[in-house]
Structure formats: C-alpha cells, structure tokens
Design a protein around this ligand. Structure first.
Ligand code: IMP
Ligand code: MG
Length: 169
C-alpha cells in the first residue's frame, strides 16, 4: 500500500531531543524505570532514552490491542510482562500513539497497582479522538489518519520507515 510521509525523521529527532530534556527537568529525582509498550514504542523509546541524561533502567510491556486490524478491538491483552518490580521507582510509560486511550488506561491501572513512587506517561503521538487520561508528555498531535513508520505498524509492516507516514488504501 502507498505511504505518504507526514513527519520527517529530522523533525522527529528534534522533538525527541526536546522531550528528553523536558522529561529530565520535570520528573522527580530517584530511580527511574522507562517502560516501553511493545511493539510500537521500540523505535521511539530507543531514541528517547538516549535523550534523557540521567541514570535509568529500561523495561517493556508486551501488549496487543488491535490485532491486525486498523480499528481498536476494545480488548487489551498483555503478551509479555515487565522483567523487574517497579515498587518505589519513578516510572515513565512510553507509548507510540494514543487513540481511544483504552490501552493506556489499562496499563496505568496495572502499573499503579504495583506501588511505584510515581507514574508519568509519554506518547509520541496523541490522536484528536483522545481526551481522557492525562498525558504528561506528547511529541506531536497525531494526524487524523492511520499512521505507520518510526516503529508504528500496519499489519506488522512499515515499522522501519524513518518518518511518520499515512497509510493510504
Ligand atoms: P488505543 O487503546 O485506542 O488508545 O490504541 C492504542 C494502540 O493502538 C497504540 O499503542 C497503537 O499500537 C495502536 N494504534 C492506534 N492508532 C494507530 C495508528 O494510527 N497507527 C498504528 N497503530 C495505531
Ligand atoms: Mg500497534
């Protein structure tokens, strides 16, 4: 399927550098665990952690909310859990894109039940449809389209595109 680039890699890089500095300035001191939501957030998280100039650990949550469809199924499934406890730690949850906020709400409840010192949420993109749970850090307002690239997939493809693109039917 044809793709149309909406946010080029250089623009993403500039924004991610800003976000890293903002996160470091705003997060309380203390041990930090950055939790990436797999698989969509892996590219963003790789760049983001290198822009946060403080000691941190990286962990991941495997989640499936869409299957291979482009519309949310309304069901969140944990396919892989964290590797280490987060009790007493500052947690930064890293999402690729927030659409309905369903996945995010589910993950926040799950993380908060484990006694972290605090949880902040960072998303590369937030769709206009989203207005519920507070997002602490957002990269860009999401284009009102199904987007792929920079880690985001359409039927598991296009994650390797360096920019954020619209998938055109
Ligand atoms: P939500 O639960 O409706 O907020 O959906 C969030 C999840 O759906 C994200 O973590 C993405 O993996 C996926 N998703 C939502 N919109 C898009 C999109 O435009 N492109 C690719 N994946 C998306
Ligand atoms: Mg996805």
């Amino acid at each position: 399927m044809p793709v149309r680039e909406l946010i080029p890699a250089a623009q993403i890089a500039r924004r991610v550098a800003e976000m890293g500095a903002e996160i470091d300035a705003r997060l309380p001191p203390g041990p930090l665990t950055v939790v990436g939501v797999l698989r969509g957030a892996f590219v963003f998280m790789a760049d983001l952690v290198r822009a946060i100039p403080r000691e941190l650990t990286c962990d991941f949550l495997g989640v499936r909310s869409y299957g291979d469809a482009t519309v949310s199924s309304g069901v969140v499934e944990i396919t892989s859990d964290l590797g280490a406890p987060i009790a007493g730690r500052q947690v930064l949850l890293v999402e690729d894109i927030v659409d309905t906020g369903l996945t995010l709400r589910y993950l926040l409840d799950l993380l908060r039940a484990r006694g972290p010192a605090g949880v902040h949420v960072c998303a590369l993109l937030a769709k206009p449809s989203y207005k519920d749970v507070a997002l602490d850090f957002v990269g860009f307002p999401a284009p009102d389209a199904f987007v792929v690239g920079y880690g985001l997939d359409g039927r598991q493809l296009y994650r390797n595109l360096p920019g954020i693109c619209a998938l055109e039917e």
